[in-house]
Design a protein around this ligand. Structure first.
Ligand SMILES: NC(=O)C1=CN([C@@H]2O[C@H](COP(=O)(O)OP(=O)(O)OC[C@H]3O[C@@H](n4cnc5c(N)ncnc54)[C@H](O)[C@@H]3O)[C@@H](O)[C@H]2O)C=CC1
Ligand SMILES: CC(C)CC(=O)C(=O)O
Length: 377
């Protein structure tokens, strides 16, 4: 069950009127590669957990995205998908294999970036938590990376500010990064408020010894915001040193706040240190919209073989339930999130893991075991 030390709900979760359990309308976008394996697995488990919690069944809508949408609609993220997403309470996004799309799609902003930008999903919350008996490199890892999702070195790909990459000649490529006080303050408040629900420690990750203006501003603004949270301890590391500490001492971190690209890379590392990239969940959110999305990609090397680990997508979906529970003050949907997490815990503890965690379960077999476990937690 969820405890204060493992909380992942953040300040983007808006206060809301107490309205009790309602029927949630959620969209699913399967994506590419292992997406059509891990997303349906998560839907099945959410349905079971919602039933076990006595909440109203979720109303699901499937929407086109990715390679199949290119083939059918000539767009990887069709306008009709974006319009439909605006009508639902939240959604599950499977990974996309955008690096393998044909041109011109490969050179466009990818589906995640398109959706993050369209809905202003500025906070990317990425927990890394080791399971008991779960193949962790560092036992006891239980941290959350709070990744700024709109700026940094992914600027043109993901930002509202619009600098980014350019090629003045075919032999020269230039990359701009952007860090603003406003976006940094916003994400820093997310991190400090989250830390208050956990172990009250925030680590700022930057590269201010080299990228002095950009990541130096990020560090300094985070420190300034931290003064408003005197009960939260602050330290900071350069990104290169942070990777070293993470590999050896991941169990010593609580909340890490960092810019976009560092957060992307660090969260893959943290997931693997906690047991596997395949267990690393995330939620992308603003005050009004939220998207559950595994931290990993479409894993084309294992796609179609029913061996992908669905845990990252399942736990991302549980994070979405928790976000909805806070938004609508809905105890039943919070209970459903607890059930999902406890059922995954139990299934892993009983040894039914996929090959990336050293087990022999299939993706679908693991999901079936979690569904069964929802009745035992
Ligand atoms: N959010 C998204 O949709 C993301 C999409 N991508 C895209 O995914 C494609 C492949 O990218 P890669 O760099 O190979 O990264 P990747 O994350 O897809 O795979 C890296 C390694 O981790 C393994 N892996 C990933 N998820 C797993 C899971 N659930 N269970 C077991 N093993 C898992 C893969 O088999 C692979 O060996 C590219 O087109 C890339 O652009 C990459 C990252 C995020
Ligand atoms: C969406 C990906 C292509 C980039 C990435 O790894 C991420 O932003 O999570």
């Amino acid at each position: 069950m969820s405890t204060a030390s493992t909380a992942t709900t953040t300040a983007t979760t808006p206060a809301a009127p107490a309205v009790g359990s309602k029927q949630y309308s959620l969209a699913v976008l399967h994506g590419d590669g292992i997406g059509p394996e891990i997303v349906p697995a998560s839907v099945k488990i959410l349905d079971a957990a919602v039933a076990a919690a006595g909440a109203t069944p979720i109303a699901w809508t499937e929407l086109p995205l990715g390679r199949s949408a290119i083939d059918e609609y000539g767009e990887h993220t069709p306008t009709k998908t974006l319009d439909a997403l605006d009508e639902v309470d939240g959604w599950l996004l499977g990974p996309h294999d955008s690096a393998a799309y044909p041109e011109p799609y490969r050179s466009q902003l990818n589906p995640s970036g398109t959706i993050r930008k369209h809905f202003g999903l500025f906070a990317n919350i990425r927990p890394a938590k080791a399971f008991r008996g779960g193949n962790a490199i560092v036992e006891g890892t239980d941290l959350v990376i709070v990744r700024e999702n709109t700026e940094g070195f992914y600027a043109d790909r993901n930002t509202f500010a619009g600098t980014g990459e350019m090629m003045p000649t075919p032999d020269v490529a230039i990359m701009h990064g952007i860090i603003t006080r406003a976006a940094t303050e916003r994400i820093a408040h997310e991190a400090f408020q989250l830390a208050r629900t956990r172990d009250k420690r925030v680590t700022i990750v930057h590269k201010a010894n080299v990228l002095k203006m950009t990541t130096g501003l990020f560090r300094d603004v985070c420190r300034e915001v931290g003064k408003q949270y005197p009960d939260v301890a602050i330290n900071d590391f350069h990104i290169d040193a942070a990777t070293v500490h993470l590999v050896r001492r991941a169990d010593k971190f609580d909340v890490i706040v960092t810019e976009n690209m560092f957060g992307d890379i660090l969260s893959d590392l943290a997931g693997e240190v906690a047991g596997s990239l395949g267990i690393a969940p995330s939620i992308n959110s603003s005050a009004t919209h939220a998207m559950a999305q595994a931290s990993h990609g479409s894993a084309p090397d294992i796609a179609g073989r029913d061996i992908a680990n669905p845990i990252a997508m399942i736990l991302s979906s549980a994070m979405l339930l928790r976000w909805l529970a806070a938004k609508f003050d809905d105890e039943k949907i919070a209970r459903a999130a607890d059930i999902v997490e406890a059922a995954v815990d139990l299934t892993v503890a009983e040894g039914a893991t996929t090959p990336d965690m050293g087990g022999t379960s299939s993706c679908s077999g693991f999901a079936d075991a979690v569904v069964a476990a929802t009745a035992r937690v």
